[in-house]
Design a protein around this ligand. Sequence first.
Ligand SMILES: Cc1cc2nc3c(=O)[nH]c(=O)nc-3n(C[C@H](O)[C@H](O)[C@H](O)COP(=O)(O)O)c2cc1C
Length: 272
Amino acid sequence: MGSEYLRARFGMEIPGTEVPDAILPLLDRRVVRRYRDEPVPDSLLDGLLAAAQSAPAKSDLQQYSVVVMRDRARIKQIADWIGTMDWIATAPVFLVWCGDMRRGQRLCEHHAMEHANNNLDSFLNTAVDCSLAMGAFMAAAEAVGLGTCPISYVRSHIERVTPLLSLPAGVYPVAGLTVGWPVFRRPVSMRLPPAVVVHRERYDDSAMLDEVAAYDERRRAREPVAASALKNNDVYPPRDGVGWSENVARQLSVPERFGFAAYLKTRGFDLA
Ligand SMILES: Cc1cc2nc3c(=O)[nH]c(=O)nc-3n(C[C@H](O)[C@H](O)[C@H](O)COP(=O)(O)O)c2cc1C
């Protein structure tokens, strides 16, 4: 049974890989981008948030916060700002996961000490704590049949999302997360072969381009990207048959959210 899950995930056989039943749901996960009009009980949501808080946190500093949104009109406001993801408004719950340096700063002040870690390392630690908690939440939600989808696009409208959520200095959104009961489950999205991502003892990407060319072919055969859905069609002419790697390059060759460091500085992050 594990080999079927591996084939779905990688589009190829991955021999010699043991997949115990307990991890099958993790191999089978996928984002959900449309939700039934059915409530998620507060008590269940609180249980999932408790699972999220059970994630590890750097030095036990727990430098993140999450804002729970249930007000349909406010969730729709965010969907409207984003403009291209109307399905966000179908989610009965929208979580905004935030890196949080402020709590530590306040605790230093409370204990009459100076906070001396307003730096890039703290920024990274807050983002990592936050991401691990969000990942734990997603796994917990999937385990009870809920669907989720992270939304980095809240950062594309950060100047409006920040006041909407009353985020103070020292707190910034890492990602939104839609939560709800799935209308349907999308097919599993194929991943790069483990040989590209997993390095043994030493980093070695000498075979990467060949591996990725084969991955492009496998993905093209299973889930070809429509020319109209390619990244940055306004910069590069749309064409049929573009593979995953070229689409990555189309996205990464155009600056995205280049004002983010400036935003963080206005929110009190030194990033030095
Ligand atoms: C940090 C992060 C931000 C994301 N932002 C968005 C988003 O703004 N909109 C969206 O539709 N999907 C978003 N996604 C979902 C990815 O597109 C999705 O995980 C990827 O296509 C692979 O699909 P899968 O998760 O079903 O395997 C995001 C995922 C992550 C981890």
